[in-house]
Each structure stands twice: as structure tokens, then as C-alpha cells.
Write a protein that binds this ligand. Structure first.
Ligand code: GNR
Ligand code: NI
Length: 168
């Protein structure tokens, strides 16, 4: 059991673009397990490796109410299936305490590798589709606050910096 520390905005390490996982081995399986534990403990519905300062393309998600539906996506690739978008009030463990509406494609297909090393395809809907896109953004060094107004983003940045100074 290992809980990993989560980086917080505006930490520049959150802007790192993650590299593909080359081989699904015991190191990656241990990382996925620790990420799931960290996500459940937070608690959150998703976690990208970037948030725990590991810059490889792996993310974990469970949008169930009772921790009954863990998903691990390695080297995920997203295809947008049509033009429809959905708005959702997003939060982020790396931007604690702030929530803002973000619009994203509603219908997507995900190609990824599982913990068994085998490729799989999925067409997530609703919150799962929102979350997958939010997590893939992390792997590309993006945060949900990049989609809101610069004024709001700056306000969030100042408040989090102040909190972080108090803690340090
Ligand atoms: O726990 C989380 N909740 C959430 C709510 C709406 C949209 C996205 C998310 S993901 C977030 C966990 C997190 O920060 N993952 O990167
Ligand atoms: Ni997040």
C-alpha cells in the first residue's frame, strides 16, 4: 500500500508531456495499483501519472460509487466520433477546492493498452467520457483551468499559492 503525493497547480511539473509506456511490466503494475489507492484515498474519480510526478502515459479511473469499476488506461489514444459536446462542472485533485464548467466532445472512442499488455477499445459515455478526456489532458501537460477565463485562472492560482505558502 503506497499513497503518492499529488502535485498542485501551478506546479510547473504538471506541464510535462508524458512519454509512452514502453513495456507493461511489474513496475507499471505497481504504479497502477498505487495510483488507484491514491485516487480512492483522495477521494477522486480519476488520476493521471503526471499528477504523481511520473511522466509516463498511464491513467486510472473509477466513476462508480463503491470502488467497483477500476479502469487502467496505458498509452490511451482518443478519437472524437462526432461534433456533439457536453458541459460538466469539473474539479481536479491538482486544483483542490475549485470547480468550473468545461465543454468537451460527448462521443469518443479510446484505444489503450490494459494491465495485461493487451490493446482494447472503449466508447465511454457521460462522466466516464469527461474523465478520460480530463486525464489525457494531464498526460499532455494540460489542466481544466486552461479552458476557463484568464481572470478566473489567475484568481485560482493566487489562492492556491497562498495556501501552499502557509503549508510550507
Ligand atoms: O475526482 C475528480 N473529479 C472530477 C470531476 C469532474 C470532472 C473531472 C474529474 S477528475 C477528478 C480527479 C482528477 O483530478 N483527475 O485528474
Ligand atoms: Ni485532474
Amino acid at each position: 500500500m503506497a499513497l503518492l503525493p499529488i502535485l498542485e497547480f501551478p506546479d510547473p511539473r504538471l506541464r510535462t508531456v508524458a512519454k509512452p509506456v514502453e513495456k507493461v511490466d511489474d513496475r507499471i503494475r505497481k504504479l497502477a495499483k498505487d495510483m488507484l489507492e491514491t485516487m480512492y484515498s483522495a477521494p477522486g474519480i480519476g488520476l493521471a501519472a503526471t499528477q504523481v510526478n511520473v511522466h509516463e502515459r498511464i491513467l486510472v479511473i473509477d466513476v462508480s460509487e463503491d470502488k467497483s469499476d477500476p479502469h487502467v488506461f496505458i498509452n490511451p489514444e482518443i478519437e472524437v466520433l462526432d461534433q456533439e459536446t457536453q458541459g460538466y462542472e469539473e474539479g481536479c485533485l491538482s486544483v483542490p477546492g475549485f470547480f468550473e464548467e468545461v465543454n468537451r466532445p460527448a462521443h469518443i472512442r479510446i484505444n489503450a493498452i490494459g494491465l495485461d499488455g493487451e490493446p482494447y477499445v472503449m466508447e465511454p459515455k457521460g462522466l466516464l467520457a469527461v474523465c478520460v478526456q480530463h486525464e489525457i489532458d494531464h498526460l499532455d501537460g494540460k489542466l481544466f483551468v486552461d479552458y476557463i477565463s484568464p481572470i478566473k485562472r489567475q484568481r485560482i492560482r493566487s489562492k492556491l499559492e497562498k495556501q501552499q505558502r502557509k503549508r510550507a
